[in-house]
Design a protein around this ligand. Structure first.
Ligand code: MN
Length: 367
């Protein structure tokens, strides 16, 4: 969506902003109504939480503290893999607890952030229905039983949604929360370049202005372990360019964020319209998809198709986590099967395939 179409469809310059504020006031009211009286709130994060999940959860925790004076516990499943994300936890003192250590019955208020019931990234224990859902991911599921579904795919990030509750209601936020939200918005929207609305721009300006630039820099430039380069080398070596689509195989990965990390990097290749990067951990095949925005480009739909429903996401970026049911299945064969389906789904001509750098079995010399 271009800026031009925005100004053309907006009724008047100020009207949209007023509406955003009215919505934020109403949403805060609903949050207070649902949260009032809670002594032990719990915020459950998206599986393998990313900076948007971590930032929005930390901010929601601070907001609840202010509104009802109770300290919410942050619970997560999966892993925080990427070094930047671990640096974010450390530098911003965000404390998260593994969900298996949590007794969900002990908590009188359950809030779900950056995912929603029914989504592949939601790992709430069986039977637990959240009271509040804060999420911006497109959904095909009904939020049944959720007292306050604060759900809107027009937002570029969940961090923007929580940020709006602060900013539009004039609630002050401290530097730590502003920094967490800044990093959440930045990473989820690729520096406001994908899937954003004017609200994201506005809220980002506010939180960035109040953020700690030193800490932001420390998070963004976090040093990586040697393993990162080993994985990267495998990704480069196995990369094949088929027509306008690049696919590659990372083999066994230490954490599921690797596929997204390498996908972002390889997507910079000129002429590309699609990228799919895969790797495996345990008996799960992880795939990360990137697509160039365009008419009928639906990366989320492709991710769902190639994984028999084990994937989803946005139009230009999506992911799939394919279970490999048979323990004897060769992960590379599983990848090849998914790759075939992917190339078919995006209609890339297989005859136009070449290695990105060298053939996978090439011997290279340093001379
Ligand atoms: Mn998000």
């Amino acid at each position: 969506m271009s800026d031009d179409s925005q100004t053309l469809t907006s009724p008047a310059p100020g009207a949209g902003a007023d509406r955003d504020q009215q919505e934020a006031v109403a949403n805060l009211r609903r949050l207070i109504d649902v949260a009032r009286g809670s002594r032990k709130p719990l915020i459950h994060l998206q599986h393998n939480p990313d900076p948007d999940a971590l930032g929005s959860a930390a901010a929601l925790q601070a907001l609840l503290q202010r509104l009802i004076g109770a300290e919410a516990t942050l619970a997560y499943t999966g892993r925080v893999g990427r070094v930047e994300n671990r640096a974010m936890l450390r530098h911003l003192n965000i404390k998260i607890k593994p969900a298996y250590k949590i007794d969900y019955d002990e908590h009188d208020l359950i809030l779900l952030v950056d995912t929603h019931p029914g989504a592949g990234t939601c790992r709430l224990p069986e039977g637990v229905v959240p009271d509040v859902v804060v999420d911006h991911h497109p959904s095909v599921h009904e939020m049944e039983g959720v007292a306050f579904p604060y759900y809107d795919p027009d937002f570029g990030s969940t961090s923007t949604m929580v940020g709006a509750l602060f900013v539009e209601n004039g609630i002050p936020m401290d530097r730590r929360v502003a920094t967490a939200l800044t990093y959440g918005i930045r990473t989820d929207t690729m520096d406001l370049s994908r899937g954003t609305s004017p609200v994201d721009e506005k809220i980002f300006r506010e939180v960035y202005g109040a953020s700690d630039k030193q800490i932001l820099s420390r998070i963004e430039r976090a040093r990586v372990p040697q393993e990162y380069f080993v994985t990267l080398e495998r990704g480069l070596r196995h990369a094949q360019v088929t027509d306008f689509a690049l696919t590659t195989w990372l083999g066994e990965i230490g954490h599921s964020d690797s596929v997204a990390e390498i996908a972002d990097l390889l997507f910079r290749l000129e002429g590309l319209r699609w990228v799919m990067v895969s790797g495996f951990s345990g008996n799960t095949l992880f795939c990360s998809l990137r697509a160039l925005a365009g008419k009928d480009i639906r990366a989320g739909k492709v991710a769902r198709e190639i994984s028999d429903g084990h994937g989803g996401g946005h139009d230009t970026f999506a992911a799939a986590q394919v279970p490999m049911a048979d323990p004897d299945q060769d992960p590379f064969e599983a990848y090849n099967a998914v790759r075939e389906r992917f190339l078919k789904a995006v209609r890339a001509k297989k005859s136009l395939t070449r290695p990105l750098t060298v053939p996978p079995d090439a011997r290279t010399t340093l001379s």
